[in-house]
Design a protein around this ligand. Structure first.
Ligand SMILES: *Cc1c(COP(=O)(O)O)cnc(C)c1O
Length: 389
């Protein structure tokens, strides 16, 4: 089976290439191997050994095959190839800025919001994205919760009626043993007050073979289920990835995408539009565009907020409104995700509001209803009429 872009680090039969277990067993685990496959001789010498112990290398042969060899700035290469800058700690960066470890009531559970909880059943992932905000978990080699710990996490949800929404994430939760995964999702589904169940996995991107019939049968059985994934670039939407997404959608499982805005990978409106169009065409909705968190070892990916807002602004008028992801900042300390919207309001003059049109041309006037503001102003302490809706 030919792959679209070139780098083929392993010899595989077509059957092996299509087998997710083969992909995991044969993942590349050293910077030397990855750099050699990408034909970047000398790259490994610049990467400090201590950095690699903290942030080890891992990538599936499939995901590596999407990179164009010989280009260190390739969007796939940047996501998997360790960079010397990962060893540089920038001001304010910490291993766990979202305070997930502090917000964990029982092992494997993170609860920041009263109504939602994360379950992290494993820190293992076959592909280590260099921008990962949980890269602090890699050094342990990827630890999975034991059955008793998984049951304790479910028990926490069961005994906390305020939790309506559980997000099973990782690592990659689809690397949990299939029986344990089935037990976890089935037990969660039995909790009467659980209204929303989500699974977050990058497998459609880095290991689309994982979305096999056995998994689909399990996911179908625990519906309603929301699937969250993490495409960052159009080249990741390969025929194999598209087929994985199509099978999820066909199984009645809505799929939403969370992109991380990464310098040198996807930090232009054109790249975001290309990705959003490819996803929408498959029935997948762009959900969040994350500004990178201040995680130690990821500083070289950070994009300034003004630039991020401009990237999103450039998408308006060019795609369905629901094709534009919501730009969010995850506040340090686990204080919540907040949206940052580009504003098209240029200036206001009394009741005259002047907007910039996403279609270009001059400013456009929208006249506010004078009466509302007049009423509110002339009667201090009395609110204006309620907004419609
Ligand atoms: C992102 C996140 C959630 C879910 O947030 P939504 O905005 O509902 O997608 C829940 N808990 C934690 C700790 C999170 O980081």
């Amino acid at each position: 089976m030919r792959t679209p872009r070139g780098a083929r680090p392993r010899r595989a039969t077509s059957a092996e290439w299509s087998d997710w277990r083969w992909q995991v067993r044969n993942r590349l685990r050293t910077v030397e191997e990855v750099a050699a496959a990408l034909r970047l001789p000398g790259w490994a010498q610049n990467v400090e050994r201590g950095l690699l112990r903290r942030f080890p290398v891992a990538v599936t042969p499939y995901y590596l095959s999407l990179a164009r060899p010989g280009k260190a700035n390739d969007p796939i290469a940047r996501q998997i190839l360790p960079a010397a800058e990962e060893g540089v700690a920038l001001a304010g960066e910490t291993p766990d800025p979202l305070a997930e470890d502090a917000l964990s009531p029982v092992p494997g559970v993170v609860r920041r919001y009263p109504d939602r909880a994360l379950i992290v059943p494993t820190s293992f992932c076959a592909t280590h994205c260099r921008h990962c905000f949980r890269k602090r978990g890699w050094a342990g080699g990827g630890v999975a919760l034991k059955k008793s710990e998984l049951l304790r996490a479910v028990e926490f949800v069961r005994s906390t009626p305020a939790i309506r929404d559980v997000l099973v994430t990782g690592g990659d939760p689809l690397h949990l043993g299939p029986r344990l995964l089935a037990m976890l999702l089935t037990e969660l589904r039995k909790v009467p007050h659980l209204e929303v169940l989500r699974v977050a996995s990058r497998a459609p991107v880095t290991l689309p073979q994982r979305i096999d019939e056995e998994l689909l049968a399990l996911l179908r059985a625990v519906r309603p289920l929301w699937f969250l994934t993490h495409f960052n670039h159009r080249v990741e939407v390969t025929p194999l990835a598209a087929s994985a997404l199509r099978r999820l959608v066909d199984a009645g499982i809505p799929v939403q995408n969370q992109t991380v805005l990464l310098k040198g990978v996807n930090d232009t409106s054109a790249k975001q539009l290309a990705l959003a169009r490819a996803l929408l065409a498959l029935g997948v909705r762009p959900y969040y565009l994350h500004l990178p968190d201040p995680v130690a070892g990821t500083g070289h990916f950070r994009v300034p907020l003004d630039r991020a807002v401009d990237v999103v602004r450039g998408m308006f008028g060019k795609i369905a409104g629901f094709g534009i992801p919501r730009l969010v900042v995850d506040l340090p300390g686990g204080k919540g995700k907040v949206p940052v919207m580009p504003s098209f309001l240029r200036r206001r003059d009394g009741d005259d509001l002047w907007f910039e049109s996403p279609l270009g041309g001059g400013e456009v006037l929208y006249r506010e209803r004078a009466a509302n503001r007049g009423d509110a102003r002339s009667r201090p302490g009395v609110a204006g009429p309620p907004e419609p809706g």
